[in-house]
Design a binder for this molecule. Structure first.
Ligand code: IPE
Ligand code: IPE
Ligand code: MG
Length: 254
């Protein structure tokens, strides 16, 4: 169905995270308001997420709204929140039918009440779905997430623990239920992470597409996957070491 060989299918990422950028530029190039771009961006979310699950990628995470996006004009922010609410309402049936579990990372308290409620209700309704995992980063900032993790760790251990390791610490991050992203896709040609999953991305492969998010459809997504399957993930080892191992496994101490 998609242009992926059996070898590609064996090397697919388990977790793809997407920085959906360029809705504004996409709209501007058509002489339309930014929200028109966001609306088309949401349409594209459905198509890319469906494709990912159809292909068999169990975890998809989407950067939908950053903490820094709070500095955008009020009208744009409320438009985005309405689109989020509509999206969740319209997609619930599909999520239930396809067994998709919704999660959110980010500070939901910073969302307007109607949007927060829509997110929390969908999380609650889909929480028994086991097959596919869709995570929305909403009012998310990696630095804020890390600070909050440090604070709750310190509270919990009373500052007494002195053998902190990554495995323990990562349980305090909001992504605790998710594997690290294997592939991070950013659209619209920007080569930066913009405060997204900074620690979790330690060994992620990064793919930047020149296309604006509303134009980054199924075909472009599958091309990004194909590109990923041809990469060698070394995790600090040498290429020779990997050639003798059968799979690219994470080192034991990661
Ligand atoms: C969408 O793209 C991502 C969001 C922050 C909602 P942008 O709105 O950042 O579009 P550009 O970068 O201005 O083109
Ligand atoms: C990153 O895009 C945030 C989201 C995609 C939600 P931005 O458009 O906010 O990033 P910068 O400001 O160009 O770095
Ligand atoms: Mg942008």
């Amino acid at each position: 169905m998609y242009d992926l060989t059996p070898e590609d299918l064996e090397r697919l990422p388990r977790h793809v995270a997407v920085i959906m950028d360029g809705n504004g530029r996409w709209a501007r190039s058509r002489g339309k308001p930014r929200l028109f771009g966001h609306r088309n961006g949401v349409e594209n979310v459905k198509s890319v997420v469906n494709t990912a699950f159809e292909i068999g990628i169990p975890y998809v995470t989407l950067y939908a709204f950053s903490t820094e996006n709070q500095n955008r004009p009020g009208e744009e922010k409320s438009g985005l929140m309405r689109l989020l609410q509509e999206f969740l309402k319209r997609e619930l049936k599909t999520m239930m039918g396809d067994e998709v579990r919704l999660r959110a990372i980010g500070d939901l308290n910073g969302l307007p009440e109607f949007a927060r409620n829509a997110v929390m209700e969908t999380i609650e309704k889909t929480k028994a779905n086991k097959k596919w995992n869709l995570t929305l980063a909403l009012n998310y900032g990696s630095r804020q997430e890390i600070l909050q993790a440090v604070q709750s760790y310190a509270r919990k251990t009373n500052g007494m623990e002195d053998d902190l390791n990554w495995e323990t610490f990562s349980n305090y991050l909001q992504t605790r239920e998710l594997p690290d992203p294997d592939l991070i896709i950013r659209t619209s040609g920007e080569f930066r992470l913009s405060n997204f999953l900074l620690l979790q991305a330690a060994y992620a492969e990064i793919f930047v597409s020149p296309l604006h998010w509303p134009d980054f459809g199924k075909v472009a997504f599958v091309d990004a996957l194909k590109n990923y399957t041809h990469r060698e993930r070394r995790f600090g080892k040498t290429g020779d070491q990997l050639a003798t191992a059968s799979t690219n496994l994470l080192p034991e101490n990661s």
